[in-house]
Design a protein around this ligand. Structure first.
Ligand SMILES: O=P(O)(O)OC[C@H]1O[C@H](OP(=O)(O)OP(=O)(O)O)[C@H](O)[C@@H]1O
Ligand SMILES: Nc1ncnc2[nH]cnc12
Length: 184
């Protein structure tokens, strides 16, 4: 089991805001889309975001990192590599080739389903869920339920961005939630 930690401590993540681009009315009217592609494209900002997520869970025991398709794969895989843990993809329906467990959930824009391989997590394993954005919390809650259905224990949920006004954190109950940047 990996113990999360890092020698680079970057708890103030405010400088990352300059790498998040606001797109009005995408993908539909009324939604302000927080575009992380500028952050991904900047080597320092990307490294700071990954290190920030690692540091937020410093000292927390983690067996595997779960990342949610598709932007969660980018950060989740990087965090897993950094902490020496395995990576488990949670995917949209019909993408995983073996036997799956499925959960339905609501998005800020639309509804969807998520799946995980039945053998991806073993009972008692400690799981860190990583995604880029916590909005309404539907995706994160569905992912946590998939992990828990397989007997996993949520060690934490880490996000680069949390959209505070959408109340996603409240959907996650007592599970430990950390976000690098907060937007209203
Ligand atoms: O808290 P919620 O309201 O559930 O929203 C958050 C989710 O929405 C986005 O994914 P999206 O489904 O847009 O897919 P993508 O990563 O493939 O763009 C984001 O990456 C999160 O996974
Ligand atoms: N406003 C938003 N910006 C980027 N990703 C999102 N996922 C859900 N809501 C989002």
């Amino acid at each position: 089991m990996a113990a999360v930690g890092s020698t680079e401590r970057t708890r103030d993540h405010g400088s990352l805001r300059g790498f998040v681009r606001d797109i009005a009315d995408f993908p539909e009217d009324g939604v302000t889309y927080r575009d992380i592609t500028p952050l991904l494209g900047d080597s320092s900002a990307f490294a700071q975001a990954v290190t920030g997520l690692v540091d937020e869970f410093s000292g927390v025991a983690v067996d595997r990192v779960v990342g949610v398709e598709s932007r969660g794969f980018i950060f989740g895989a990087a965090v897993a590599y950094r902490i020496g843990a395995g990576f488990v993809p949670v995917r949209k329906p019909g993408k995983l080739p073996w036997a799956v467990v499925r959960e339905e959930y609501q998005l800020e824009y639309g509804a969807d389903k998520l799946e995980i391989h039945r053998d991806a997590i073993h009972p008692g394993e400690r799981i860190l869920i990583v995604d880029d954005v916590l909005a309404t919390g539907g995706t994160a809650r569905a992912t946590a339920k998939l992990v828990e259905t397989l007997g996993g224990v949520i060690a934490g949920l880490g996000f680069v961005i949390e959209l505070d006004d959408l109340g996603g954190r409240a959907q996650l109950g007592e599970r430990p939630v950390k976000s690098l940047l907060h937007y209203s």
